[in-house]
Design a binder for this molecule. Structure first.
Ligand code: ZN
Length: 206
């Protein structure tokens, strides 16, 4: 994973976020190929193997075994759903992750490809990680999150919404609940699109 994408990763345990510490075993210029990320707070360790970071057990392997036919318009579709612009950082989860490279080049984004169904390669813009229903990134650091996985609970989606900055968008399967932090702005039979509400501002009256 590109070193600047690694910098944005955080421990998934339930404690205040602080930067992880990287022990780099093998690197290719600014891409970290092999190493370990350690959490100074809870001492959890996350392996970096072939450039991908593992926040879940590696025994299940990388693929989910459910590879659907690729959608020629997939990158454009998810880019439009998230309404992202040049310079933003987003996360594409599950089947959406396969469009990470194409979308990153198309729009000029940085993308965390989370649980891609097959290896997608990496670049300075795109890094792969594996994590069960958690986005191991800094709170408020993402402009968009697109999830194509069916088994996220309402609480897990609420945690995922914390990764978004105010006004950031989330796309998720229509069957999943919309977290209270998100305002639903569109829905069809497959997806809902939500926008994260901004912080409440106190109104002072005399
Ligand atoms: Zn930790």
């Amino acid at each position: 994973m590109f070193i600047e994408l690694l910098d944005g990763l955080r421990c998934t345990a339930d404690h205040p976020q602080i930067p992880l510490v990287a022990a780099i075993l093998q690197r290719d210029d600014r891409l970290v190929v092999q190493g370990v990320l350690g959490c100074p707070t809870c001492r959890r360790e996350y392996e970096i193997e072939d450039g991908a970071v593992w926040f879940r057990d590696r025994t299940g392997g990388a693929g989910t075994g459910e590879l659907l036919p690729s959608d020629d318009e997939g990158a454009i579709r998810v880019g439009a759903f998230l309404a992202v612009a040049d310079g933003a950082t987003i996360a594409l989860v599950g089947d959406w992750a396969r469009y990470a490279i194409e979308l990153a080049e198309l729009v000029g984004l940085r993308v965390y490809a989370v649980n891609p169904p097959e290896p997608i390669g990496e670049s300075e813009r795109v890094g792969t990680l594996y994590s069960n229903n958690r986005l191991p990134v800094t709170d408020g650091s993402l402009r968009g999150v697109a999830i194509d996985e069916a088994r996220w609970s309402g609480d897990e989606l609420r945690l995922a919404a914390r990764a978004l900055s105010p006004g950031g968008r989330m796309v998720a399967p229509a069957m999943l609940p919309v977290p209270a932090e998100m305002e639903e702005i569109a829905r069809d039979d497959r997806w809902w699109i939500g926008e994260k509400r901004g912080p409440l501002v106190a109104l002072h009256r005399r």
